[in-house]
Design a protein around this ligand. Sequence first.
Ligand SMILES: Nc1ncnc2c1ncn2[C@@H]1O[C@H](COP(=O)(O)OP(=O)(O)OP(=O)(O)O)[C@@H](O)[C@H]1O
Length: 351
Amino acid sequence: MWLELDGVTRRFGERKVVDGLSLGLPRGSIGCLLGPSGCGKTTALRCIAGFEPVDAGVIRAHERVLSTSQMHTPPENREIGMVFQDYALFPHLTVIENVAFGLHKRTRAARIRRAEEILATVGLTEYRSHHPHQLSGGQQQRVALARALAPEPTIVLLDEPFSSLDIELRERLGDEVRGLLKSQNTTALLVTHDQQEAFAVADIVGVMRAGRLEQWDSPYQLYHRPRTRFVADFIGQGVFIAGEVVAPLTYQTELGVLRACCANGHGELTAGAKVDLLLRPDDVVHDDASALRARVCQRAFRGAAFLYTLRLDSGTQVLSLVPSHHDHAVGEYIGIRIEPDHVVAFMPGEN
Ligand SMILES: Nc1ncnc2c1ncn2[C@@H]1O[C@H](COP(=O)(O)OP(=O)(O)OP(=O)(O)O)[C@@H](O)[C@H]1O
């Protein structure tokens, strides 16, 4: 692994803000720590950058040990680049001077050559003599990224890289930043509380909760195979419905017998045992031919699709994502069927 954390813990007073964090990031891949505000993402990133010591565990990067509770490599000797949330550009320096800033170990000519090269990569050559305040938010972010990439760091860390940008720009820049990092074969780790952002940029995403990593996995796995209820709730939308074991991975529910793709937890899997089944909006398919009917109680137009909130006669609600040419009014009954491939079972009481 190019970046490896093993049991990393950081305390503030009695509180473990980062609690036994372990993860591995292969060379050239983009990772993301995702979680609600205050879960410890930024602190984890600061430990990797060397701005915080660790109280336990080991941080290794490019096969060097950078931090343990006994030793701490200073940030400037880690060969790690950082893009700060507010970009932290120097207001009195031009774009090219900002980018060249971290290249002090090279000759003046080599510094300028490298700065020009990376500015061209981020598409800002014509802004080389501008000052940061003359640039848009997106351009400032590209300068910050260029500055972090210029010294050819072994790893780049990005702290909430899109938080100061408006939503439309965020989506476009997500793709752009991913393209840039990939074009340089950079290993990167970003932190964000925004799932869309994490999924747009990263190959592998870790969901954090109260200092702990709940799951470190591909976006696809996080959505379709969440290992904990917290991950299931935090990633995407969905509801839980009650079920009872009839056979391994097979459950009786009010929507009929459903087979799950996987089951979480270590409860007894004997017939009759109770489980909760996660149904995503894409697991509930609109089908006029189905005898199973549900009433539309809410609908949200998403352009290509409607997200319907449907109510069964029992009172249970499910969500269904339906192509938007199926335009049904609130109060109407529509046929549904469950697409069983992705249903995930959780033992009641398990987190
Ligand atoms: N230097 C510090 N001293 C004491 N407590 C701190 C310090 N730095 C962070 N904390 C606390 O640690 C917790 C985690 O902070 P951190 O910034 O890592 O969370 P985060 O997940 O990045 O949240 P956000 O998305 O809001 O930035 C917070 O409750 C914060 O108040």
